[in-house]
Design a protein around this ligand. Structure first.
Ligand SMILES: *Cc1c(COP(=O)(O)O)cnc(C)c1O
Length: 344
């Protein structure tokens, strides 16, 4: 197989930089389960300040943040409202059903973003016939929606509609910092209407492991019990937390480069005959190759044969993702390879 030279598959593909590895190697550590790891504690303090929440818990992954949030907010048989494209529906192995015992009612948003009126319409009346609608969940940015940034006013409106009916609110902020850098809106403003919020350190922030779930002290205390039950309590996790702290210090502002690279990529893809590009806002570029007469898998295979990796999202829908390990100089080459792949 031709060596992989340009990996636009996902921002999860980033490798820790030498400087990040050095910070990790030197991290002071202790027993995380007992609250005695100084690096984890420092990360938690940073995340509380960043999101404006009272408490936080370090977890191995974003998926565990989402699932623990469902477990904390809901009882079995409850219903969660989320966009049809959401990660909890598609990529968590059915865990909302398997672990929390909840149902997810999919809302039909536009590019992953829905409106308050849709939330109001979806909330079920209090009746013994219906599941209890209990939680509203949103993704900032909306991944399968196209890396879409929810406008602050829309987030506030959907959360207000949920609260008015007694629902709890949760933000999957896997790429919250992309939204912050793109919009200039501070993370705590986006997070304010939500009871729980988390960010992922393994996406554009470039750390090898870790996500932090934030909320009130009472909610995070419950989250900690689930973390223990699920086997997520850690020991000298400070080595990983140090990578996350390094990312907060050095890898947030540079997300703007990923967005600029994605914009250049989107503009170039739009010029390819038979290819249509969805609106690009952050580091994700979705496009459709239907007009080329080729399928997404065939295009992906042809690109991979030249050292470029892309994601197949459907029969003809594809995704390219920019991140820490993608340089501006790679974009013209990626476009040249993709141009050949769609014609092959
Ligand atoms: C990646 C992702 C997750 C899951 O995070 P992991 O750290 O990979 O478990 C959840 N939600 C969204 C929107 C994501 O993109």
């Amino acid at each position: 197989m031709v060596p992989l030279r340009i990996d636009l598959y996902s921002d999860t593909q980033t490798r820790p930089t030498p400087a990040m590895r050095a910070a990790m190697a030197e991290a002071p550590v202790g027993d995380e389960q007992h609250g005695e790891d100084p690096s984890v504690n420092a990360l938690i303090a940073r995340m509380c300040a960043l999101t404006g929440k009272e408490a936080a818990v370090f977890l191995p992954s974003g998926t565990m943040c989402n699932e623990i949030a469902l477990l904390v907010h809901c009882r079995p048989g409850d219903e969660v409202l989320a966009d049809r494209s959401s990660h909890i529906i598609h990529y968590e192995g059915g865990a909302p059903g398997a672990l929390a015992g909840v149902m997810v009612q999919p809302l039909d948003g536009v590019r992953g973003v829905f409106e308050a009126a849709q939330v109001k319409a979806a909330i079920r009346p209090d009746s013994r016939y219906f599941p209890r609608t209990r939680l509203l969940a949103v993704e900032q940015t909306a991944n399968l929606g196209g890396g879409t940034v929810w406008p602050l006013a829309t987030l506030q409106a959907v959360a207000a509609a949920a609260r008015a009916a007694g629902l709890a609110t949760h933000m999957d902020g896997a790429r919250l910092m992309n939204a912050v850098v793109k919009s200039g809106t501070p993370a705590d403003d986006f997070a304010a209407p939500f009871d729980t919020v988390w960010i992922d350190f393994t996406k554009g922030l470039g750390a090898p492991l870790g996500a932090v779930l934030c909320g009130s002290a009472a909610l995070i205390e419950q989250a900690w019990r689930w973390k223990q039950r699920l086997g997520g309590a850690l020991r000298q996790a400070g080595m990983c937390a140090a990578g996350c702290l390094f990312a907060l210090d050095h890898h947030v502002a540079r997300l703007a480069e990923d967005h600029a690279n994605a914009a250049a990529l989107a503009a170039g893809i739009a010029r390819l005959a038979g290819v249509t590009v969805e609106p690009q806002e952050t580091n994700l570029v979705f496009f459709d190759v239907a007009g080329t007469g080729r399928g997404a898998q065939a295009v992906a295979d042809a690109a991979r044969a030249e050292g470029l990796r892309l994601t197949v999202m459907g029969e003809t829908r594809m995704r390219a993702c920019t991140h820490l390990d993608v340089t501006a100089a790679m974009i013209p080459e990626a476009l040249a390879i993709l141009g050949r792949a769609v014609r092959a």
